[in-house]
Design a protein around this ligand. Structure first.
Ligand code: MN
Length: 154
């Protein structure tokens, strides 16, 4: 009965049988993302190096449930993504969607509008590095529509 309820909750929460608690990744998942209002779907954030003026970087592990993604946004000081687990998506405004796999590195130039997130069928995790602190702020824009997410628009 307990197993049945676990599977049922997985179906309800994720739309498939991969539960967040079972997703294997090298860094801890952390808590529900406090910046969730800038995302579609459920995401988690574990800050590994908080903003400071010693290392000049803000580094966090971001975990996405299937289909979860950021809004369109840009970083005034750029961003580097290190893909650690699962299959993800990345798109710059006006360009094709890229599929991300563990080991991929995405270098996002300052002020380039983009989004990143999970693929439709499984969980995804990346390390987010925001360099050039304190001269790096995010500007959050509109949500990525399902049509955009599934490749209908660029
Ligand atoms: Mn970004």
């Amino acid at each position: 009965m307990k197993k049945f309820l676990l599977c049922l909750s997985a179906l309800i929460i994720g739309g498939n049988l991969v539960m967040a608690a079972d997703f294997e990744q090298p860094f801890a998942r952390g808590e529900v993302n406090p910046f969730g209002k800038y995302f579609t779907g459920q995401t988690y954030l574990n800050m590994l190096c908080t903003r400071d003026n010693v290392y000049n970087s803000s580094i966090g592990n971001v975990t996405f449930e299937p289909k979860a993604r950021t809004n369109w946004h840009k970083h005034s000081g750029g961003q580097i993504l290190l893909v650690t687990a699962g299959e993800g998506r990345y798109q710059e405004r006006g360009k094709d969607i890229q599929i991300l796999k563990p080991g991929d590195v995405v270098k996002i130039a300052p002020d380039v509008e983009h989004w990143h997130g999970a693929g439709p069928d499984g969980m995804f995790a990346h390390i987010s590095i925001e360099p050039n602190i304190p001269n790096n702020g995010a500007t959050w824009l509109e949500p990525v529509t399902d049509e955009e997410y599934f490749g209908g628009n660029k």
